[in-house]
Ligand binder design. Structure first.
Ligand code: AMP
Length: 127
């Protein structure tokens, strides 16, 4: 069983429900390893989420516990989404939150892809 931050994977988190088709999503890309869809509350003109097809909470959980095929397939999918959306020329940012300090809201590993405008500094300076 996958565990992150001391908690087991929650099978009813919203992205697990999207993967099971219980909740609609605006699909961008899908293969055997990954599913990509538009963020419901976009923070940039392009804001897409890419999630692995497996029960993993964080990047650390995923890379420790998923198969090599799923890990490589997922990262290939992230790059494929950027290519298919035509983001290589003007650029984009990839971000994955994990745990409390990053304000991870959904406990299923997801990579954000932001693009479509200059994205500003990498981190806010609110220290
Ligand atoms: P994070 O803070 O990294 O966990 O990001 C979670 C992201 O999921 C946020 O950007 C939300 O807007 C997005 N989100 C939450 N529910 C949905 C949904 N049903 N469909 C698409 N995106 C969602």
């Amino acid at each position: 069983m996958s565990v992150a931050n001391g908690s087991p994977y929650d099978e009813n988190n919203i992205f697990a429900r999207i993967l099971r088709g219980e909740i609609p999503a605006k699909k961008v890309y899908e293969d055997d390893y990954a599913f990509a869809f538009h963020d419901i509350n976009p923070q940039a003109p392009v804001h897409v989420l890419v999630i692995p097809k497996g029960p993993y909470v964080s990047m650390a959980d995923f890379t420790a516990n998923a198969s090599d095929a799923l890990v490589s397939g997922f990262f290939r999918a992230v790059g494929e989404v950027a290519r298919q959306l035509g983001l290589e020329e003007d650029g984009y940012r990839i971000l994955a939150n994990a745990g409390i300090n990053s304000h991870q809201e959904v406990p299923h590993l997801h990579v954000h892809i932001f693009a479509g405008r200059p994205l500003g500094p990498m981190l806010s300076r609110g220290m």
